[in-house]
Write a protein that binds this ligand. Structure first.
Ligand code: CUV
Length: 669
């Protein structure tokens, strides 16, 4: 079913249905444009240098790559490395700014400048305060919040020293960063330096360039993004399991449908609140609608799905298609991953596209500027506008009725809690299950969906194969929506598809075999889990050498590159899939540094592999090699379940020995 046969544009059946209709109606979407647009063959491998205007230089030729040079003499490896570092800087800037906006909101709350938000999760605030050394006992909540906000703001502008959250990483991981000089200082400083180093006449040593790329990426992972996750949890609540729905069938014929799309949670959270307001409901009824129905797209969707159970229409490639249902009164967008194309598509329907960020305007869209100081008023204005648009809807019925149940909300706090309850919460059961081989390892299958491949198809293929082979899957970003719209985010998925060992664990704890952990910035939750597993003992004492792999099967954004790099620097082997070749394909030297050299230094790497089956086999290889390195029991398929009964004494002793060697639980959440 998931096979990627030719002619399939999206592996999400409800998306495919709408695409077929769009073709018959001659309405253009990214699925048409992707066929018409041939990638530039020089740029797509990283071999185009446009850092100055003597060029752009095309670094092509039959000579050895060090011999292929631009006008200034920069060689092919230099140019490829510079281009990649600029991608990392841009991706870090996006997530950094997202985090910064969250901190500004926390600051406004703490100063009493807005009544529209509060600190919802005081426990989380205290936990953060504890980590970054802010006194919290006996102090008013907002005083603590202000100190926390100020400390985080310092992190963005820090000139020297270390970003605060670096100290959350396992000691050994930190030592590796120190040894190789990549401990991040301020987030803004690393981004600025990345731009400086990569300009004409600056750093031309590929290894040195790429090391700074890692430093910049770490500023994202253990800085901007982790701050974003923590402050969002503080303001809007730390997620726990929620039931929701996914796919295009979430739109309702008889209600006002509003889509919230982009990345940030603040406005979206407020829209969720105001949509429940009885006054708004009766206004909707006055226009002939039965109610107000919210649906999400991309990472804003993940934020409100995780915390509020708001249904999702899917990921990146579904954004135009959502409008094509003809049922959407307003699409409200904030920042990141918003195709300007939605405005063009919206003109064929009654849908209003509303931009809300100063940083992301689209010609032809209506702009309503978001301001955290008057969030509720703005949300009200937007919802009214959508309601007023309801009578203009022409589409009768729905092109898609299909939808699936989804269980989401697996924050690292909940993952710890679910393994023993409030008083005995720990990562012991997870580590034990991995040590015993019930769970073979962990695959983080994350990131974008992409129209250059059958969209969401590689995600679906990989997660299914992983769980069959007892690999627990964690997912974030559009990857989680790829799973959601396929009906994969339910406990039943374990019963029907998981290997015996994984299935037993899922049934014992009552979880799906694919855990939705949030938005793209919440990839940091995965780092936190890995850190807790290292502290728990019995596996690796650093993030490196864990039987865990990160995969972005259909990546396309610069943010994805930044994420891949902070995972690699943290000690996780990372595989990027999707279309060939890769943004580093032009240089064997850059490929070597990012795979072999990084692996040697950090036990992580970033590899590009377009073949889904090879992604699968390489992942298992990484996992099994890590198991062998840690001297864990060899994974055997089918050992658990019906056939298991006998575990010989030697095997039992082995497990017990490993358990004794394990350190006692240390209270990292
Ligand atoms: Ni940041 S970055 S398409 S929305 S995951 Fe989705 Fe998630 Fe990629 Fe964008």
């Amino acid at each position: 079913e998931v096979k990627m046969s030719k002619g399939i544009k999206s592996a999400d059946p409800s998306a495919e249905k709408i695409i077929d209709w769009s073709i018959s109606e001659k309405i253009e979407t990214c699925f048409d444009r992707v066929e018409a647009m041939k990638p530039c063959p020089i740029g797509e491998t990283g071999a185009c240098c446009k850092m100055c205007y003597m060029g752009p230089c095309r670094l092509v030729g039959k000579n050895a790559e060090e011999e292929v040079k631009g006008i200034c003499g920069a060689s092919l490896p230099t140019v490829v490395a510079r281009n990649l570092v600029r991608m990392i800087a841009a991706g870090t800037a996006s997530h950094g700014d997202h985090g910064r906006d969250m901190v500004f909101t926390l600051e406004a709350v703490a100063k009493g400048e807005t009544k529209d938000f509060q600190v919802k999760d005081v426990r989380k605030l205290y936990r953060i305060a504890g980590i970054i050394g802010v006194e919290f006992e006996g102090r008013p909540v907002n005083d603590v919040a202000l100190d926390v906000a100020n400390k985080f703001l310092e992190d963005f502008g820090r000139q020297r020293g270390e970003t605060n959250y670096v100290k959350r990483a396992p000691q050994k991981t930190q030592e590796r960063w120190k040894k190789w000089g990549i401990v991040p200082r301020g987030i803004d400083r690393e981004i600025a330096e990345a731009m400086d180093r990569t300009t004409m006449g600056m750093d031309s040593d590929p290894d040195s360039l790429l090391s700074h790329g890692l430093r910049t990426a770490l500023a994202n992972g253990w800085g901007g993004s982790m701050i974003s996750t923590d402050v969002s949890d503080t303001l809007f609540g730390t997620p726990g399991p929620v039931k929701a729905e996914a796919s295009m069938g979430i739109f309702k014929e008889d209600e006002v449908n509003i889509v919230i799309h982009g990345h940030e949670p603040s406005l979206a959270e407020t829209i969720v609140d105001i949509a429940c307001d009885p006054e708004m409901l009766s206004y909707a009824q006055s226009k002939g609608a039965k109610g107000i129905n919210l649906g999400g797209l991309c990472c804003t969707s993940n934020e409100v799905l995780m915390r509020r159970g708001i249904p999702t229409a899917g990921g990146f490639t579904n954004q135009e298609l959502a409008i094509l249902t003809g049922l959407v009164e307003a699409m409200v967008v904030d920042v990141q991953c918003i195709m300007p194309a939605i405005v063009e598509v919206s003109k064929k329907f009654h849908t209003k596209v509303i931009t809300t960020s100063e940083k992301a305007k689209i010609p032809g869209a209506q702009h309503i500027q978001f301001d955290e100081h008057r969030a509720r008023d703005i949300a009200r204005e937007i919802i009214r506008l959508a309601i007023d648009n309801f009578p203009n809807r022409k589409a009768k019925g729905s092109r898609v009725t299909q939808k699936y149940s989804v269980i989401a909300g697996f924050s690292h706090e909940y993952i710890e809690y679910m393994q023993g309850g409030r008083w005995r919460a720990s990562f012991r059961p997870l580590n034990d299950a991995i040590m015993a081989g019930r769970i073979r390892g962990i695959a983080a299958v994350v990131g974008c969906d992409n129209p250059r491949v059958p969209a969401t198809g590689i995600h679906k293929y990989l997660v299914t194969e992983f769980i069959k082979n007892d690999v627990l899957v964690v997912t974030t970003g559009c990857g989680s929506q790829a799973c959601g719209v396929a009906g994969f985010l339910t406990p039943e998925m374990a019963l029907e598809n998981a290997g015996q060992g994984l299935r037993e664990v899922c049934e014992a704890i009552g979880i799906p075999p694919i855990l939705h952990m949030g938005a793209c910035v919440d990839n940091t939750r995965i780092l936190t889990v890995a850190t807790a597993m290292a502290a728990e003992g019995g596996l690796s004492d650093e993030i490196g050498n864990m039987p865990a792999v990160g995969i972005a099967p259909e990546w396309m954004t610069e943010k994805a590159i930044s994420i891949g790099c902070y995972f690699a620097a943290s000690g996780v082997p990372v595989i990027f899939g999707g279309r060939p070749p890769s943004p580093i394909a032009a240089s064997q030297e850059v490929i070597r540094i990012m795979s072999d050299v990084w692996y040697e230094r950090f036990r992580g790497c970033l590899i590009f592999e377009p073949d889904p089956e090879k992604i699968f086999s390489r992942t298992l290889e990484f996992i099994d090699n890590a198991r062998a390195f840690l001297k864990l029991r060899k994974y055997e398929p089918g050992r658990f379940g019906e056939e298991r009964v006998l575990m010989d004494m030697a095997a039992r002793r082995e497990i017990e020995k490993a358990e004794r060697a394990a350190k006692p639980h240390i209270g990292i959440y």
